[in-house]
Design a protein around this ligand. Structure first.
Ligand code: UT7
Length: 346
């Protein structure tokens, strides 16, 4: 009789669910440099004004890492140390460190290697990951997979960029948008129904035309000519990127919410990449999420590329509660974009 099997099957599936390992975010760290570059100061550098920047982007100021020999590792190290102190984690227990960035200290070695050694994570393997503004999402899904597979117990995912190192402070269309900063999370296994629940990640290489840094890679190595032509800076066709960003970030966020049966009421927080307040508003509007549920710090930090999402979690950590439903969403160079559903674990 098939009915006789039913309780057994139900028990089997419920025990499978209980044994499923999820990757929980169990700590957050962050760092932004002290120097504040205001819209007023930018007015003295390029032909722009506070009113234009505020209304077109929502940015009032951004942080800049000043000084000689200060790479993005400086901010990554500070963010990880902050997280280790808060979570009272022994760095020797860390299995893996992934650093999402497009402004690595050097082409090689990986900045993650530099961070791992500086924080005392002597038993960890570490590497960088480049997916521009979506870098933190890509790295979070990768780190979560290491935990979910049962392979590792403590994975640190960092997102950060020193955008000031690749900005042309004579180009008013890009230099007003970006800033420097880094944040990180600690991932650990749990059998509870919390953590990284679901994700959608996308990329489309045809986006290269609209957002790139032409020189300095293997296709066009650095030369006098590339420096003279100012090709070691961010090139962006802002209006084109804007159109792709609005549509795609909202599409994946809505799709992810729908397939996880989340709606405007059950989403506790939208955690959107901080590229432009108008893109954030459009995504929130598409999902029916009200402003009070949208994490935002673009006015203080601008666009820190891979740093925006972990820096939001860092800023809002005290307001988060166990069981909160978060939708993390980003769009950026590549093009790359995606969304992750996270159920907060503490
Ligand atoms: O995070 C990675 C992905 N990146 C993004 O998601 C960025 C997406 N793009 C954007 O956020 C916006 O396109 C920008 C903020 C970059 C630009 O805003 P926009 O409303 O798209 O401006 P626009 O490029 O269409 O330019 C409008 C006007 C132009 O003047 P004309 O041709 O209308 O006379 C620009 O020259 O605004 C001018 N403009 C400025 N004026 C004052 C451009 N930049 C500035 C400026 N200050 N900084």
């Amino acid at each position: 009789m098939p009915g006789d099997f039913l309780p057994g099957i139900l028990f089997y599936y419920s025990s499978l669910k209980m044994n499923k390992i999820r990757a929980a975010i169990t700590g957050v760290g962050g760092y932004v440099p002290d120097y504040v570059l205001t819209n007023k100061e930018l007015e003295t550098m390029v032909d722009t004004n506070d009113e234009w920047i505020t209304t077109r982007t929502g940015i009032k100021e951004r942080r800049i890492l000043k000084g000689e020999n200060q790479g993005v590792s400086v901010m990554g190290i500070a963010a990880v140390k902050d997280m280790l102190a808060k979570t009272k984690t022994d760095p020797k227990e860390i299995d893996c460190i992934i650093f999402a960035t497009v402004t690595a200290d050097m082409t090689f070695p990986a900045t993650a290697n530099i961070v791992a050694t500086a924080v005392g994570a002597t038993n960890a393997f570490s590497y960088d990951m480049g997916a521009a503004c979506s870098g933190f999402l890509y790295a979070l899904v990768t780190g979560a997979s290491f935990i979910q597979s049962g392979m590792y117990k403590k994975v640190v995912v960092i997102g950060g960029d020193k955008m000031s190192s690749i900005l042309d402070y004579k180009d008013r269309t890009t230099c007003i948008i970006f800033g420097d900063g880094a944040g990180c999370v600690l991932l650990e296994p749990t059998h509870e129904d919390v953590g990284v629940m679901d994700s959608i990640l996308k990329s489309d290489g045809s986006g290269e035309a609209y957002l790139h840094m032409k020189a300095g890679g293997s296709r066009m190595p650095a030369s006098h000519e590339t420096v003279d032509k100012r090709q070691h800076y961010v090139y962006q066709e802002g209006a084109a990127v804007f159109k792709f960003a609005v549509t795609n970030m909202a599409d994946v966020s809505a799709q992810l919410a729908e397939r996880n049966h989340l709606n405007a009421d059950t989403i506790t927080w939208l955690v959107p990449h901080q590229a432009n307040k108008r893109i954030i508003d459009a995504t929130a509007h598409r999902m029916g999420v009200t402003d009070d549920k949208v994490m935002m710090n673009i006015e203080r930090y601008g666009n820190t590329t891979a740093g925006t999402i972990p820096l939001l979690l860092w800023d809002y950590e005290k307001r988060l509660k166990k069981g909160d439903n978060l939708i993390l969403a980003a769009f950026g160079g590549g093009f790359t974009w995606g969304a992750i559903y996270v159920k907060w674990a503490y």
